[in-house]
Design a binder for this molecule. Structure first.
Ligand code: OGA
Ligand code: MN
Length: 313
């Protein structure tokens, strides 16, 4: 048996036919060899989100794992990272409490109830390529995360709707949620927004060439060039498609679990149950830098307000 074959004991076990696979036989405390990285890259492009269990790794090991997939960004364009690791965003359960629907009377125009569904950081013109979330303090029950396959959501549309949306562009802006940290100066001196970007509505996946329904239920404000009711109606229809249960997988966390998702092909929703209970939940997130999304006609995303997401390496 060759040295490579001996090391690649890794197993990829799909969890649904359309999204999500659990990875076993890999120890993230060790540097990944090239064969393992190649298997993980193929698996992420096929299954979109990979789940690892029982990986008691350090912050530095999480960073090393992320760098196997490309240079990292800071924790967030607005929120601060950890003092000793500016790439790491620590998130506590209290952040998800405000996601209780129907507690306020909507003002006009009503904020969209996105039920927590979003794509990470699309208010910048160069959203991150991958997100890596590590469980630090995980409740015994509750606090699950949902993931949806945006390639399947596009594929499932009828041909006339695909033809309609293929050339369209949308505006994405910082939502109330992402604005939470604004107002305070950043340690690195960068501006804290507002961030507004112009994106293709349909994105060509940079690695697989597939078409992705690139609508962010959290931050896509409107479709450019349409009348407001047309834009609102089409976005609502597309968001209904994105959040169809048959395109989803639901991850139940366990201590030392880690999740890697392709933010170019996945929408996700953080815990939807924190309005109902109070168990601690802490996760630490890093993001691998991405490129400017490209539409089917070659259009590249543009920043309308605010800087690009910077890259730390
Ligand atoms: C994120 C996120 C969801 C969760 O960190 O980008 O959406 O379940 N987290 O904590
Ligand atoms: Mn997210």
């Amino acid at each position: 048996m060759s040295a490579v074959a001996e090391r690649t004991t890794i197993q990829v076990r799909p969890l649904t036919p359309v999204i999500g696979a659990e990875i076993s036989g890999v120890d993230l405390r060790q540097p990944l060899d090239a064969a393992t990285v190649a298997i993980l890259k193929a698996a992420i492009h096929q299954w979109r989100v990979l789940f690892f269990r029982d990986q008691p790794i350090t912050d530095a090991q999480q960073l090393a794992f992320g760098r196997a997939f490309g240079p990292l960004t800071p924790a967030h364009p607005i929120a601060e990272g950890l003092d000793d690791h500016p790439e790491i965003w620590q998130r506590k359960a209290a952040e998800y409490k405000s996601r209780r629907p129907d507690v306020t009377v909507p003002s006009a125009p009503p904020p969209r109830d996105n039920k927590g569904w979003h794509i990470d950081i699309t208010f910048v013109a160069n959203p991150n390529r991958y997100t890596i979330l590590r469980g630090i303090d995980i409740p015994a029950y509750g606090g699950d995360t949902l993931f949806a396959n945006l390639v399947r959501a596009y594929d499932g549309l009828s041909e006339p709707i695909k033809r309609l949306i293929d050339p369209l562009k949308t505006v994405h802006r910082t939502s109330g949620y992402d604005r939470a940290g604004s107002g305070k100066a950043r340690r690195d001196g960068r501006a804290t927004g507002p961030f507004v970007s112009l994106h293709p509505l349909v994105r060509i996946h940079p690695e697989t060439g597939e078409k992705v329904l690139f609508v962010n239920p959290g931050t896509t404000s409107h479709i450019v060039g349409l009348k407001e009711p047309e834009s609102r109606g089409i976005l609502e229809m597309l968001i209904n498609e994105i959040t169809r249960p048959e395109y989803q997988v639901r991850f139940h966390w366990s201590p030392h679990a880690l999740v890697l998702w392709d933010n170019q092909a996945v929408a996700h929703a953080g815990p939807i149950d924190y309005a109902h209970f109070d168990l601690p939940r802490v996760v630490r997130r890093i993001t691998v830098a991405g490129e400017l999304p490209q539409g089917p006609d070659g259009f590249r995303s543009q920043a309308l307000e605010g800087e690009l997401f910077n890259v730390l390496g």
